[in-house]
Design a protein around this ligand. Structure first.
Ligand SMILES: Nc1ncnc2c1ncn2[C@@H]1O[C@H](COP(=O)(O)OP(=O)(O)O)[C@@H](O)[C@H]1O
Ligand SMILES: NC(=O)OP(=O)(O)O
Length: 309
């Protein structure tokens, strides 16, 4: 099978953890331990988030007295692909000796006129209390929004149209390599009237990019891994209950928050609607069970799934 796995930001940095390299490398090793058996049996493309990390780099860049202008978000996105890609590459190589692993910098084409540029929704960086967030917003010109009980910076997140390096990713997969790509949803780029690509100030949603990529690669499955065991009905209420199987239209009839579960559900539904394949959303440690149909929320055209044997 050809499988695209989207690794949630929570797998790299759990809420409340300091973003030290050591902490993240440890989390990456744990994530790769769960994913290596899958890579052993299937063609695997691994994508990952970068929300917390790109926020840290933006903060550093904005505080550097040697810079006349902070690095823009396309450049920071590429930096996070290098850093997280390196951690994943090394951990995967250590787990799968003899197997080629590639971690690539890649770009995601977005629309220059996407209204998302003017309506920031993508959370980046740390969680602050309201006063601190308001102070930083006034001081640095940030837009901030509530994320659960805390407040975070938000940046524009245009819709991913195409992963520019899709043919290269396909070649690498067909050569037997495990491919780490589309980190942070890919570096957002637009194509100018001169036909040339240029970066834009945004952070793309990695779950939506993963769905676009999985469809373009003719993947059989899209697995969206995060820190909850399944998509819940009535999340956060007394009636909360996991959804084991659903159709895209069944999931679309429910409402999910735009900054967290919303893009994951949208990514899963889009992939299933476009390909007729299987998508699943669930916890990193359950990844093998999700594919077997024994864990997570599994989305298929019919809402039925017997699992991969
Ligand atoms: N209906 C829901 N079912 C399950 N989790 C939900 C739901 N609505 C919101 N969430 C939240 O979505 C979070 C996962 O999204 P997010 O934090 O963006 O993940 P990641 O960073 O791993 O990609 C969960 O930790 C949970 O708090
Ligand atoms: N770029 C992105 O979607 O990152 P997170 O998954 O960390 O929010």
């Amino acid at each position: 099978m050809r499988i695209v796995v989207a690794l949630g930001g929570n797998a790299l940095l759990r809420r409340g953890q300091r973003p030290d390299a050591e902490v993240q490398e440890d989390n990456v090793r744990r994530a790769v331990a769960a994913l290596a058996p899958l890579a052993d049996q299937h063609e695997l493309v691994l994508t990952h988030g970068n929300g917390p990390q790109v926020g840290v780099l933006a903060m550093q860049s904005a505080s550097d007295p040697h810079l006349s202008t902070p690095y823009p978000f396309d450049v920071l996105g590429a930096q996070t692909q290098g850093m997280i890609g390196y951690w994943l590459l090394q951990a995967m190589q250590n787990r799968l000796p003899g197997r080629h692993v590639a971690a690539i910098i890649n770009q995601t084409l977005v629309g220059a006129a996407d209204p998302a540029f003017d309506d920031p929704t993508k959370f980046v960086g740390e969680v602050y209390d309201r006063d601190e967030a308001d102070r930083l917003a006034a001081e640095r010109g940030w837009t901030v929004r509530a994320d659960g009980s805390g407040w975070r910076r938000v940046v524009g997140s245009p819709h991913p149209l195409r992963v520019v390096e899709t043919p290269l990713i396909r070649l690498l997969l067909e050569s037997g390599a495990v491919v780490v790509c589309a980190g942070g949803g890919g570096v957002p780029v637009v194509r100018g009237d001169d036909g040339e690509l240029r970066g834009v100030e945004a952070v793309v949603d990695k779950d939506l990019t993963s769905a676009v990529l999985a469809e373009a690669l003719d993947a059989d499955a899209l697995l969206v891994l995060t820190d909850v065991s399944a998509v819940m009905r009535d999340f956060g209420t007394e009636r909360e209950a996991p959804i084991a199987r659903e159709t895209p239209s069944g999931l679309r009839s429910l409402t999910f928050p735009s900054g967290s579960m919303g893009p994951k559900v949208e990514a899963a539904c889009r992939f299933v609607e476009l390909t007729g394949g299987v998508a699943a959303i669930g916890a990193l440690e359950d990844v093998a069970e999700m594919l077997a149909g024994r864990a997570g929320t599994v989305v298929t055209p019919t809402g039925r799934y017997d699992g991969v044997r």
